[in-house]
Design a protein around this ligand. Structure first.
Ligand code: NAD
Ligand code: MG
Length: 351
């Protein structure tokens, strides 16, 4: 963790503190639209970095008084946009096209439209005028971490990308923005809107949110159906996942193998690819193709326009899974985890 790396260690451009030039943002006004997870973190970090910030919220937004309490200027999204040089869209992705339409008239030539996720730009749900820059600054973490890291004097690794460069300064400005929210203290990685969107969607569908929950549920069901207690199945298939993921997060897959027992390592090495086999790999390629050809995006946009019927039904089904009811009282036994969450050294070793 304390190793110092240079750009040469990576296959892509990575920028640190000195690579950014604050003058590209210092005299500009940034409108941060939305004050949720990302919005509050960007707005407060920018403000404390000396950037002029105006938060854009609906008049009935419950976040309005909070943003003011945090020392920020608040107005409606259209007024904020008209006033700003840079407009960062941090309202939910499904709402962004409507908000964009409502504020579009406030954009002037040379302004910048920014995003923390490229979905709407990449899939043409938002088309900015040709004379504005379109860029991205996407922290690789939820807003409360982006805020916490900044307050602690650090930063959260951040992606930047340029989709449209009308001014010729789009990248320098995006880098200066990333610096002002703390990103260059950790490392800023350059990507493209296409790469960010496609890898993000694939990752959350195939591995993170979709893949891992299905794996956990299948493991739980297999043990319970074989007559083992649901509590034991919960511990083995869900609770202990965190310990394994923490090890991989800290030291890679090799570091995880090193830390578990030889029995666990041999069993995992011989059985893992029987469970997640070539068929799973082929399914992953199919899922990736649906992301790349826009089929998933179309489906999700239509689903939203129809009022989310499948989404609601699938959510309900998932919430009714036995593993949810079993887990609730068990999680209360692990309250100690919360207080040690940010200090892995204090988490008792698995035995
Ligand atoms: P969020 O749901 O936490 O916050 C959304 C905010 O928008 C809220 O303050 C809400 O009140 C406000 N809002 C809702 N409708 C509005 C409207 N019509 N007009 C004005 N404001 C409105 O959203 P988030 O998770 O911070 O996501 C914002 C963006 O950041 C998205 O593009 C998301 O993909 C991206 N992102 C999120 C994370 C994350 O971990 N949360 C990480 C990286 C990128
Ligand atoms: Mg403007």
């Amino acid at each position: 963790m304390t190793d110092t790396h240079t750009t040469d260690d990576f296959t892509t451009n990575v920028y640190y503190g000195d690579d950014a030039d604050a003058s590209y943002i210092q005299d500009k006004t940034v409108a941060v639209l939305g004050y949720g997870s990302q919005g509050h973190a960007h707005a407060r970090n920018l403000h404390e970095s000396g950037v002029d910030v105006v938060v854009g919220l609906r008049e009935d937004s419950t976040s309005w008084p909070q943003a003011e309490e945090d020392g920020l200027r608040v107005t409606t999204p259209d007024v904020a946009t008209a006033e700003a040089d840079i407009v960062m869209f941090l309202v939910p992705d499904t709402i962004q096209p409507a908000v964009f339409e409502a504020v579009e008239d406030g954009l002037e030539a040379g302004n910048t439209v920014m995003f923390a996720h490229g979905f709407n730009v990449h899939y043409n749900q938002i088309q900015a005028p040709e004379d504005v820059d379109v860029t991205m600054a996407a922290p690789k973490g939820p807003g409360h971490i982006v805020r916490r890291d900044y307050v602690n004097g650090g930063g959260t690794p951040t992606l930047i990308a340029v989709y449209q460069d009308a001014t010729g300064e789009a990248k320098e400005e995006a880098l200066a923005y990333a610096q002002a929210i703390g990103g260059t203290r950790a490392g800023v990685v350059e990507t493209t809107f296409k790469e960010e969107v496609e890898t993000d969607l694939f990752g959350e569908q195939a591995v993170l949110c979709g893949g891992v929950t299905a794996l956990v549920q299948h493991g739980f069901e297999t043990l319970v159906d074989a007559g083992y207690s649901p509590e034991m199945a919960y511990f083995e298939c869900l609770n202990e996942l965190k310990l394994i993921v923490d090890l991989m997060y800290e030291d890679g897959i090799g570091g995880m193998w090193y830390s578990v027992s030889d029995t666990a390592e041999y069993g995992g090495l011989t059985r893992g690819h029987r469970i997640v086999d070539e068929g799973v790999r082929e399914n992953m390629e199919e899922v990736l193709e649906e992301v790349q050809n826009g089929e998933f995006a179309r489906e999700w946009i239509n689903e939203n326009q129809a009022g989310r019927p499948s989404y609601t039904q699938l959510k309900r089904q998932d919430e009714a899974h036995e593993i949810e009811a079993v887990g609730e009282p068990l999680r209360d036994l692990f309250e100690w985890e919360e207080s040690t969450e940010n200090d892995p050294a204090e988490v008792p070793a698995d035995d």
